[in-house]
Ligand binder design. Structure first.
Ligand SMILES: C[C@@](CO)(OP(=O)(O)O)[C@H](O)COP(=O)(O)OP(=O)(O)OC[C@H]1O[C@@H](n2ccc(N)nc2=O)[C@H](O)[C@@H]1O
Ligand SMILES: Nc1ncnc2c1ncn2[C@@H]1O[C@H](COP(=O)(O)OP(=O)(O)O)[C@@H](O)[C@H]1O
Length: 291
């Protein structure tokens, strides 16, 4: 049986770091939502082994690939002799703060659960996903959620009101480990207001959502990569109503209510940045890509 699974990217509407834990990870509190910029994972059953192919030259082609590791996990835990060919149609920029690798892993877990009739619940898949990476449980969950702990303690939240999400990805990638490693909470000047964001989501208050966008990891990535600040400034100047860096960066996103403004922001940014996308939030109006 062949299976195709959509693997959407996420953005962080808020990201707070509460403290560094004894295990080296950071205790987080974030609001995340999936967007309609997605990879596609095609899974084909084979007689044995795991083969990996991708349309992108930027992802690892071996056991470091998160989709590959998801397949190893499933095969080992269930002692499955059959094999799988994984083809990743890559559309999400790599090492961008958009959880592309994590979403590929989540989609592979979901797809193999179906292909091999394993009967794992969403909660079990989230639990298994945490073994692969902190963002994988959310990618299994999807929609909009508050994520705590390393990112695995998830509570569903109301989706943002329908709007355009403009993404601008600077040419360089960013290492999540390095960003957390360089974080100094005594240098953080602004923290997210979680209740403010949740109230805005609940009441579908677009401008409230824009006002409550906040990410403490900007305090590390922006000084290291001034281009991120310039992109934020440009995006706001062209008309985005709320602007933030996603995750550890370096992708900057802007929220825009009207399609005409979205076009203006995209066209304006194209002069400064090669990778610009305009997509919809998933869970709001299911959207086709504007550009
Ligand atoms: C920052 C976030 C926010 O959504 O997203 P990205 O920027 O990666 O998209 C995530 O927490 C990233 O999740 P993910 O990319 O899966 O991280 P992992 O592979 O688990 O961890 C990479 C490294 O980041 C650090 N790390 C990660 C998560 C966490 N709660 N505390 C940490 O300190 C650790 O040094 C770890 O070795
Ligand atoms: N399927 C995959 N797609 C993208 N990157 C992957 C994948 N598997 C492993 N990686 C590795 O994971 C790292 C983080 O990539 P990604 O998930 O795209 O970024 P981020 O965590 O910033 O959102 C990259 O260094 C990349 O080499």
């Amino acid at each position: 049986m062949d299976i195709s699974v959509k693997a959407p990217a996420k953005i962080n509407l808020t990201l707070d770091v509460l403290h560094k834990r004894a295990d080296g990870y950071h205790e987080l509190e974030m609001v995340m939502t999936t967007i309609d910029l997605a990879d596609r994972i095609d899974l084909t059953e084979t007689s044995g082994g795991i083969q990996l192919e991708s349309t992108s030259g930027f992802v690892p082609y071996d056991e470091r690939n998160l989709a590959y590791r998801a397949a190893v996990l499933i095969k080992e835990r269930f002692s499955i002799k059959k094999g799988v060919r994984i083809l990743i149609h890559k559309h999400i920029p790599v090492a961008a703060g958009l959880a592309g690798g994590s979403s590929d892993a989540a989609a592979t877990l979901k797809g193999l659960n179906r292909m091999w009739n394993l009967g794992l619940s969403r909660e079990e898949l989230e639990e298994w996903g945490l073994e692969l990476g902190s963002d994988v449980p959310f990618c299994v969950h999807g929609g909009t959620a508050i994520a705590r702990g390393r990112g695995e303690r998830l509570v569903s939240a109301a989706s943002p009101p329908p709007c355009w999400v403009i993404l601008a990805k600077p040419p360089h990638g960013v290492s999540t480990a390095e960003v957390f490693g360089a974080l100094r909470m005594d240098r953080v000047t602004r923290r997210p207001n979680l209740d403010g964001m949740l109230n805005a989501l609940e009441s579908k208050d677009f401008h409230g959502v824009c006002r409550h966008l906040e990410n403490v990891l900007e305090s590390v990535t922006i000084p290291a990569y001034p281009k991120v600040r310039r992109l934020k400034e440009k995006m706001a100047a062209f008309g985005a109503e709320g602007v933030l860096m996603s995750g550890s960066g370096p992708t900057v996103f802007g929220l825009v209510h009207r399609e005409t403004t979205a076009r203006r922001v995209v066209n304006g940014l194209r002069g400064f940045c090669r990778q610009v996308y305009a997509v919809r939030i998933l869970g709001g109006t299911e959207g086709e890509s504007l550009v």
